[in-house]
Design a protein around this ligand. Structure first.
Ligand SMILES: Nc1nc2c(ncn2[C@@H]2O[C@H](COP(=O)(O)OP(=O)(O)OP(=O)(O)O)[C@@H](O)[C@H]2O)c(=O)[nH]1
Length: 378
């Protein structure tokens, strides 16, 4: 055949129904009309240089279409004939099986296909163990199961989910991981099925959580900061109102703190603030929300005693704090005096902002009337 004229070779190639290319490595000698467009794709051209001897090569073209390149050597001068077929199902599986992203194809949670990355992520011995599962329910976990069923229905109706989910999951060996899921519908053996891509985002999530914690924490005392106080207090208030409890808010400010800084130095002032934060935690129960909301200003939100006892409770906290002087590293004994403004959550339409305003006014009154006292404003 190779001794035939170029016209004969061309005609012969054009008889072939597949895309057919005669080449030596990257160097193309001839091709049929069907192959001309494929040859414009650099991925396929590059693959030709690997098509030596008799072999099959799977190539994903630049248009993302996978092709199977089947090459045979033509005696006597080792010219290669490569035929391009649309990649068959099992070849696609082979390609996908080697992808680093974990995926599982399932129909109503019965796994139909998965890859090694999925088996590895959830610590199955092999992909066969995943495929042997009657349902992915055990992998999904009971807490996500109702939402997973709902999402499946949405996927079947709409073809895609508009949300990307990040969920807490467990591997078969019990290891926890944060998984990001992307679902879409594909046709599998002629019937719709769902393909779920799973990425392990545990490390990224841990980082985000750490940054969030840092953004909401006062670095000096380790208490929540002002933002944390206002963010957490809304859930605190909702919980209290749904349980029929009532709440009290205390805003507390150290008296003449500037004088402490001026006399003992800023690091000792810092020590006083840390000491005060610890004392505050000790004198309220674990349910209370305690935060440093400004330089030497703290806020406490907690279940309230009856109206008549509010003043007593605020006074009691003030006295407990003042009973515990701060001893500096140099052994200096520093007495701490504080002023407190207190208020109570009055009714369903009261808000944290209004409460804060009342407590702040009460604190102002405490400062104005001589400091070292607790004033309540209802
Ligand atoms: N050591 C230390 N000092 C701080 C910190 N944040 C704010 N301060 C100081 O706290 C002091 C607050 O001073 P003022 O607002 O005059 O209040 P005060 O001296 O406590 O007076 P009254 O509140 O009126 O009793 C200032 O000197 C600030 O520099 C901090 O993180 N560490």
């Amino acid at each position: 055949m190779l001794s035939s004229s170029p016209e004969t070779v061309q005609r012969w190639l054009n008889y072939l129904p597949e895309k057919a290319i005669l080449h030596r490595g990257r160097h193309v000698l001839n091709c049929n009309e069907a192959a001309q467009q494929a040859l414009a794709d650099p991925a396929i051209r590059q693959a030709l240089s690997r098509c030596v001897g008799t072999k099959r090569e799977l190539v994903v073209g630049h248009d993302k279409v996978p092709w199977c390149l089947s090459t045979s050597a033509m005696a006597p001068d080792n010219t290669q004939l490569t035929l391009l077929f649309p990649a068959a199902h099992h070849e696609l599986q082979d390609l996908v099986g080697r992808l680093p992203v974990a995926l599982v194809v399932h129909r109503w949670f019965k796994p139909l296909y998965t890859n090694q990355a999925f088996a590895d992520l959830f610590q199955f011995e092999s992909t066969d163990d995943v495929l042997a599962l009657p349902s992915l329910r055990a992998v999904i976990g009971e807490e996500h199961w109702p939402m997973a069923q709902q999402n499946y229905q949405t996927l079947m109706d709409a073809g895609k989910l508009d949300t990307i989910q990040i969920e807490d999951h467990q591997s078969v060996t019990g290891e926890r991981l944060q998984a990001q899921l992307v679902d879409f519908v594909l046709s599998w053996d002629g019937e719709p099925a769902v393909c779920t891509l799973v990425s392990n985002v545990s490390r990224q999530q841990a980082k985000i959580e750490r940054y969030k914690r840092l953004a909401l924490t006062d670095s000096l005392t380790g208490l929540g900061n002002r933002r944390r106080f206002f963010e957490s207090s809304s859930t605190f208030i909702q919980r209290a109102s749904s349980q029929g409890e009532t709440l009290m808010l205390l805003v507390l400010d150290v008296d003449h703190f500037k004088a402490i800084n001026d006399r003992y130095g800023h690091p000792v002032g810092d020590g006083v603030l840390k000491h005060l934060a610890n004392c505050l935690i000790d004198c309220v129960d674990s349910e209370a929300l305690v935060a440093r909301i400004g330089g030497e200003e703290f806020a406490l939100l907690m279940p309230a005693p009856s109206m008549s006892l509010l003043q007593n409770r605020a006074q009691e906290i003030k006295e407990q704090l003042c009973e515990q002087p701060y001893i500096s590293d140099m052994g200096e004994r520093i007495a701490i005096k504080v002023s407190i403004g207190a208020t109570r959550w009055s009714s369903g339409d009261d808000s944290l902002e209004q409460m804060y305003q009342r407590a702040d006014q009460a604190l102002y009154q405490a400062k104005q009337s001589g400091r070292d006292r607790a004033v309540c404003q209802l």
